[in-house]
Ligand binder design. Structure first.
Ligand code: PMP
Length: 407
């Protein structure tokens, strides 16, 4: 049962004060707070159940290995991947994208090839591809964004060619909140023989994806945006591709046998998990996924939709406020500007009123240029936020507007 006040009690961070004001946390797209069961599990493992995985045969090592591999199964089921071999744990979305950019790039990308991304990408889904293109003498091509924040999917066949080695697209923009039609995009790319990487950093927290139904070749996300510990993340890759890709990092546990003459590598997924992974964090991520699944994705989505509807209506009371990304469907974030007010000034004043909002380029410089602004202000909601918090924040914005307009 989804009882908001009970759920809020699960998140200790939500009951604190900042600058003597009750915290209103609207920066959930950057990172979410952790529920008590996740915190308790991580504390318990750090306190008592800490043994390095996949190597020690003692009790603690075995317990950690079992829990870590249970977490892999939980993530497999969450993404509906066909096997646990396709689930690689990483330090986050950025680490997962860089793994693919290096490893897939080494194997499949050559001089004169191209990689296609979109104008709606976070820097994490731009820069690794630029680095790859520089290394290989390949070209980076960009699918533009429509004014309403949607992608012109119909332009894809013209943009993709025999030289296109990969299409990289976000499931949902961290600036516009627009959810892209991933299944259609994958179908259009596959029709041209191009595999697709989907950045699920903003999508996983709204229910994830069925990777088999969507048909994507890679899917990546971060644990800390999904109520799990920082320093955890997931790379899903189709087994045929992962099998062909060389390891990115070398070290313990990614090997079959090592000699000075020749080293052979472990099978999937350990080939991509060199060194001691953040195994306690990964167990925390499993707990976080279990927690949201127990709440129920449908209820979570419903509460988030209520919040976005309410915030959209209330924000529009503010004269001169412009919202970006009108296309539907959207996740639970709203980015906007108020005429004559610098977004960072507004965010700093909001902060002093106890309201955590995000401002600036939002790690998406190209999108700022696309909308001809230096920055935006962003409210991003979680199911644990309330309409009352939105009312307080809108009133605060009205006061800030008055204050800054008088100067
Ligand atoms: N992609 C998108 C769409 C994001 O929103 C973010 C985080 N803001 C990232 C990638 C990078 O995630 P992380 O910093 O957790 O690696």
């Amino acid at each position: 049962m989804f009882i908001l006040q009970t759920i809020r009690k699960d998140f200790p961070a939500l009951s604190q004060q900042v600058y003597g004001k009750p915290l209103i946390y609207f920066d959930n797209a950057a990172t979410t707070h952790k529920p008590a069961p996740v915190i308790a599990l991580v504390n318990e493992m750090n306190s008592f159940i800490n043994g390095n995985i996949h190597r020690a045969f003692h009790c603690l090592g075995t317990m950690c290995t079992e829990r870590y591999e249970e977490a892999r199964e939980t993530v497999r089921a969450f993404l509906h991947a066909s096997s646990v071999e396709e689930i690689v744990f990483t330090a986050g979305t950025t680490a997962a994208i860089n793994t693919v950019a290096f490893s897939f790039g080494e194997r499949f990308v050559h001089a004169g090839d191209d990689i296609v991304i979109t104008e709606a990408e976070h820097h994490s889904n731009i820069v690794p591809w630029q680095l790859l293109c520089e290394r290989k003498g390949a070209l980076l091509k960009v699918l533009p964004v429509n004014h309403d924040g949607s992608l012109p999917v119909e332009q894809l066949p013209r943009l993709l060619s025999k030289r296109t080695k990969l299409l990289c697209v976000t499931q949902a923009s961290n600036v516009l909140g627009v959810m892209n039609p991933v299944k259609d995009i994958v179908a259009a790319a596959h029709a041209c023989g191009v595999p697709v990487l989907v950045d699920g950093a903003q999508g996983a927290v709204h229910g994830g994806i069925d990777v088999q139904d969507a048909g994507c070749d890679f899917y990546v996300f971060s644990g800390h945006k999904l109520y799990g510990p920082t320093g955890t993340g997931v790379l899903y890759g189709r087994q045929e591709l992962l099998d062909e890709m060389p390891p990115w990092q070398g070290g313990g546990e990614m090997i079959a046998a090592v000699s000075f003459e020749k080293t052979t590598y472990a099978g999937l997924p350990l080939k991509f998990e060199a060194g001691t992974p953040n195994f306690i964090g990964v167990c925390g991520l499993k707990k976080a996924i279990d927690y949201v699944q127990e709440l129920g994705w449908a209820q979570v989505r419903e509460q988030e939709e209520t919040l976005v509807r309410h915030a959209t209506r209330r924000l529009q009371e503010i004269e001169g406020l412009q919202l970006y990304g009108a296309a539907q469907p959207k996740t639970s974030l709203l980015s906007f500007n108020i005429a004559g007010i610098h977004p960072t000034d507004a965010a700093q004043l909001l902060d002093k009123m106890g309201i955590a909002a995000r401002s600036g380029h939002l790690c998406a410089d190209p999108l700022m240029r696309r909308f001809n602004v230096q920055g935006m202000l962003r409210f991003s909601f979680s199911f644990y936020n309330t309409t009352e918090e939105i009312d307080t924040a809108v009133d605060a914005l009205k006061k800030i507007k008055q204050l800054l307009s008088c100067q």
